[in-house]
Design a protein around this ligand. Structure first.
Ligand SMILES: Cc1cc2nc3c(=O)[nH]c(=O)nc-3n(C[C@H](O)[C@H](O)[C@H](O)COP(=O)(O)O)c2cc1C
Length: 208
């Protein structure tokens, strides 16, 4: 096939994190995407919980202060991106309502066809093993189907996946502490796979 010059892949990482676990995964995803040659926007969604709830958990309040400088996700980030990786803690087997609240504002973009055809992938955390990680990622994927997205999971496409063990998307058991090297490597691998897929699509589409 004739080579076509195209711009780098644009990757948006849009996440919610109350106490820092998903934020750490999101940073590793950003590293992996940048290393794979993408332009990256790391964005947190807006907090929607009441102040009293946040302040009742010191780890939550501290993390919010520590990440106050992370820009908030907007519709422009979705429009700009060729690929989007969403990160969320598990909430009873589902994505956090803060992330859903952002997703639920995207009706106009969806209606205008501005989300279809992009690459999507997801990562998560729960406090316990078997605590709902796979169902959380699958629940997010329902939206990717409705958007007409191209879902790119990590599968078992790298040796790290046989250690991290989640083919649906990177996940971490927060009850074991902060994400270690295995989870962080899996996050970087997932990002690389997303960038490679989005790059192939971008080149193919530019070639017509
Ligand atoms: C309302 C709520 C529901 C939760 N449900 C579960 C659950 O069903 N299983 C589980 O293992 N952890 C559950 N958790 C724990 C979170 O998933 C965990 O604290 C989170 O993944 C940590 O990520 P973060 O540090 O990025 O906030 C729940 C937490 C909250 C606040």
């Amino acid at each position: 096939m004739k080579e076509t010059a195209v711009d780098p892949v644009n990757v948006a990482i849009i996440y919610y994190s109350a106490t820092g676990t998903v934020h750490a995964l999101a940073q590793a995803v950003a590293e992996g995407a940048e290393k794979a040659g993408a332009q990256v926007r790391l964005r947190q969604v807006a907090e929607t919980a009441p102040e009293a709830a946040i302040n009742s958990n010191p780890a939550w309040a501290e993390h919010r202060t520590a990440t106050a400088d992370v820009e908030k996700a907007t519709h422009d980030d979705l429009s700009w991106a060729d690929a989007v990786l969403f990160g969320t803690p598990s909430r009873f087997g589902n994505p956090a309502s803060q992330l859903r609240a952002f997703i639920d504002t995207t009706g106009p973009l969806w209606f205008e066809g501005k989300i279809a055809g992009k690459v999507f992938s997801a990562f998560t955390a729960s406090n316990t093993a078997h605590g709902g990680q796979e169902s959380t990622i699958l629940a997010l994927s329902n939206t990717f189907y409705h958007w007409g997205g191209i879902i790119v999971p990590p599968g078992y496409t790298d040796p790290i996946q046989f250690q991290s063990g989640n083919p649906y998307g990177t996940s971490h058991v927060a009850g074991d502490g902060a994400p270690g090297e295995v989870a962080l490597q899996a996050a970087r691998h997932q990002a690389r796979r997303v960038v490679d897929t989005a790059a192939a699509l971008k080149i193919g589409r530019a070639a017509g």
